[in-house]
Design a protein around this ligand. Structure first.
Ligand code: UTP
Length: 291
């Protein structure tokens, strides 16, 4: 019988150089969108997709991530004594989840970070979720991938349409057949092609579902670009052994791994947040007149 997807891996051991100096001593994944650390959105998406166990691959300067998902009795006692029940609930909501941690001692690339999850995952299908992308849709994107897996039993990556001139920022797929609405067989995965060489505008985004065979491929992948083990290289070889499908995501993607994307996301979420929306709207109107 086909195994259920119950495990997620969140690689969070990158150096976060695009956010220096903030990330010299602070985990990039703890930077907030309004008031919520970005990694919390990822964990919530996993839970809302039926994931039961989560492994976070972290590195140096990442202790704050572990503390965020732990209890903080001093803070909880203080909020409780002051009757701040809403805040208390917010603090307690991120504890008692099945979250595990492993260190990637040297940031040897995303492929190496995923390989650290081998014993945790064992012989089961699993998802990889990157904190650089926040996704919103009626059905969480991770759940969409799980639904595809339940139909096909094969690895499936999320892709989305990007502007043609941006293909060189992404892994891009060379789609073969569209086997059902928005689900593609893939001929090749092309890393960061120039627009004139790009086989499509369908770019890989930060959600992947893999069968455990990916670990065999990762173990046999030599360090590539930047002397890092590239996940895309292992996906390419996996696709020669098993099908790796691409699932087209039609919801909204927020690229919070870049400074501009991070600022835009904070503004959009701030314009929806009940504590900030009205004042932020007036502020933006006021400042727009001075530009
Ligand atoms: P990025 O390419 O965004 O790298 O990694 P980064 O170091 O986080 O950020 P910049 O580009 O220097 O600003 C994509 C994902 O892979 C993880 C990162 O934490 C991020 O979630 N990663 C990357 C690792 O866990 N380990 C690595 O060795 C590299």
């Amino acid at each position: 019988m086909q195994k259920k997807v119950k495990k997620a891996v969140i690689p969070a051991a990158g150096l976060g150089t695009r956010f220096l100096p903030a990330t010299k001593a602070l985990a990039k994944e703890m930077l907030p969108i309004v008031d919520t650390p970005t990694i919390q959105f990822i964990v919530e998406e996993a839970i809302n997709s039926g994931i039961e166990d989560i492994l976070i691959v972290d590195g140096k300067s990442k202790r704050s991530i572990e503390d965020h998902f732990d209890s903080n009795t001093e803070l909880e006692d203080n909020l409780s004594a002051k009757g701040k029940d809403k805040l208390l609930k917010l603090v307690q909501d991120t504890t008692d989840l099945n979250i595990y941690f492993i260190r990637q001692s040297h940031p040897r690339g995303l492929g190496d970070a995923v390989l650290k999850a081998k014993s945790f995952v064992g012989d089961e299908p699993f998802v990889v979720m990157l904190g650089d992308d926040l996704m919103t849709d009626k059905i969480p994107l991770t759940k969409q991938l799980v639904d595809r897996f339940n139909q096909t039993g094969q690895s499936t990556l999320a892709v989305t349409e990007v502007p043609h001139e941006d293909t060189s920022k992404y892994g891009v797929i060379d789609p073969d057949k569209e086997v059902s609405d928005g689900l593609y067989e893939v001929r090749n995965f092309v890393e960061k092609p120039r627009p004139q060489d790009a086989p499509s505008d369908l770019a890989i985004i930060g959600r992947y579902l893999f069968t455990p065979t990916i670990f065999d491929e990762l173990e046999n992948t030599e360090p590539g670009k930047g002397n890092e083990i590239q996940l895309t290289d292992a996906i390419e070889t996996l696709n020669h052994k098993e099908h790796v499908y691409a699932h087209k995501f039609n919801g909204k993607r927020y690229d919070i791994g870049s400074k501009i994307g991070f600022l835009e996301t904070n503004i959009e979420f701030g314009l929806k947040h009940p504590d900030t929306k009205d004042e932020l709207r007036s502020y933006i109107k006021k400042i727009a007149k001075t530009l």
